[in-house]
Write a protein that binds this ligand. Structure first.
Ligand SMILES: [Zn+2]
Length: 167
């Protein structure tokens, strides 16, 4: 159990793709616990392993922290994503997005409205998630981290779509 420091843009870990998790066991369990402990110490919704400097394809999302529920939440409250893969996406939403690694900025970003994602659980079993609205956004944001992408990489117009967060 440990709260780890969250890396801030432009730390190099945030722009590198993470490795596929191949070993399911105590080391992975410790990483997941650290991600959860660290996420709980922040006001954030999700946290990816590269944000604490661990280059493995693992993210955690706490759906109970959603500010607005666009549709009934199909997902359980805390979801661990291991080796997530986007199977399909449809529709478009343009939410205003933030990130614990870019604390000063928010931006309008184009995302799928609905997604189907294949993940593995802590034991390595595969399962399929379907999500829409904010849940779909959170999944896409966390999967991006594992590919070394941040929300500002997806902004179409830096002049009109990026905002300073009010403190
Ligand atoms: Zn983020």
């Amino acid at each position: 159990m440990a709260v780890r420091p969250i890396l801030i843009f432009p730390d190099r870990h945030l722009s590198q793709p993470a490795r596929t998790v191949q070993y399911f066991g105590p080391k992975l369990d410790t990483l997941i616990q650290d991600l959860m402990d660290t996420l709980r110490s922040t006001p954030g919704v999700g946290l990816a392993a590269p944000q604490i400097g661990v280059m493995e394809r693992v993210s955690v999302i706490d759906f109970s922290r959603m500010k607005k529920k666009l549709k009934p939440a199909p997902c359980q409250d805390v979801r661990v994503l291991i080796n997530p893969i986007l199977l399909s996406g449809s529709g478009i939403q343009v939410p205003r997005e933030g990130c614990l690694s870019i604390p000063d900025l928010l931006a309008n970003v184009r995302r799928y409205e609905e997604v189907r994602v294949r993940i593995q659980d802590q034991m390595g079993a595969e399962l399929i998630l379907t999500a829409s609205g904010f849940e779909a956004l959170a999944l896409q944001h966390e999967m991006d981290h594992l590919d070394g992408k941040l929300f500002i990489d997806r902004v179409l117009n830096l002049k009109t779509d990026v905002f300073r967060r009010k403190t």
